[in-house]
Design a protein around this ligand. Sequence first.
Ligand SMILES: Cc1cc2nc3c(=O)[nH]c(=O)nc-3n(C[C@H](O)[C@H](O)[C@H](O)COP(=O)(O)OP(=O)(O)OC[C@H]3O[C@@H](n4cnc5c(N)ncnc54)[C@H](O)[C@@H]3O)c2cc1C
Length: 162
Amino acid sequence: MEYNISNLPLNIHDKSPNVDVEKLYNELKNKLQGEVRFDDGTRAMYATDSSNYRQVPIGVVIPRNLQDIMITTNICHKYGAPLLSRGGGTSLAGQCCNVAVVMDMSKYYNKVISINKDLKLASVEPGIVLDELNKQAKKVRSDIRSGSFNTYTLYLGWYDRK
Ligand SMILES: Cc1cc2nc3c(=O)[nH]c(=O)nc-3n(C[C@H](O)[C@H](O)[C@H](O)COP(=O)(O)OP(=O)(O)OC[C@H]3O[C@@H](n4cnc5c(N)ncnc54)[C@H](O)[C@@H]3O)c2cc1C
C-alpha cells in the first residue's frame, strides 16, 4: 500500500522542522529490504511504550538485517531525522517513544548467534525476547534471568543449572 505523505496530518513534525519527511520516506522505502511504515496507524501504534508518555514518531522502520539498520542510520543522518531503536517496548519512562524514526528490532532482527556456556556468553541480535533466548540456553542447561517479555536491553545474569 502506498501512502501520500504530504496528505498525512504531520503537524507533530513541526517539532523537527528540518526533516523532509517525504524524501526521507521515499529513500528508506527504495533502499531497505525491511518494512518502512509511515502511515497513521503504525505511527499511533508506536507512539508509546509501557509508560504513560506519548510521542507520535515520524515513522517506523522494521529492519530485516544489519544492512537495513546501517542504511537507515545513514539516511536519517542525511535528513537530520532523530532515530531510536526499540526492542520489546517495555521501558517504563518513555525511553522508546519520540518524534523520531523508530527502528523496531523485534520482528525480524531477533536471532541467537551463539551461546558459550564456558564463557557464560550469549551473542544475540538485539530484537530477541528473553524467553526465546532461554529456550536455546536451556539446551546447554543455562538460564538467563530477567523479565520474560523484555528484549536484550535488560538481560542481567547467567544461571547454570545443576
Ligand atoms: C511489568 C514490568 C516489570 C519490570 N520490572 C523490571 C525490573 O524488575 N527490573 C528492571 O530493571 N526493569 C524492569 N522493567 C523495565 C525494564 O527494565 C524495561 O522494560 C527494559 O529495559 C526494556 O527492555 P526492552 O528490550 O523492551 O527495550 P525497549 O523498551 O524497547 O527500549 C528501552 C530503551 O533501550 C533502547 N534500545 C532498544 N533497543 C536498542 C538497540 N538495539 N540499540 C540501542 N538502543 C536500544 C530504546 O531506544 C530505549 O531507550 C519492567 C518493565 C515492565 C513492563
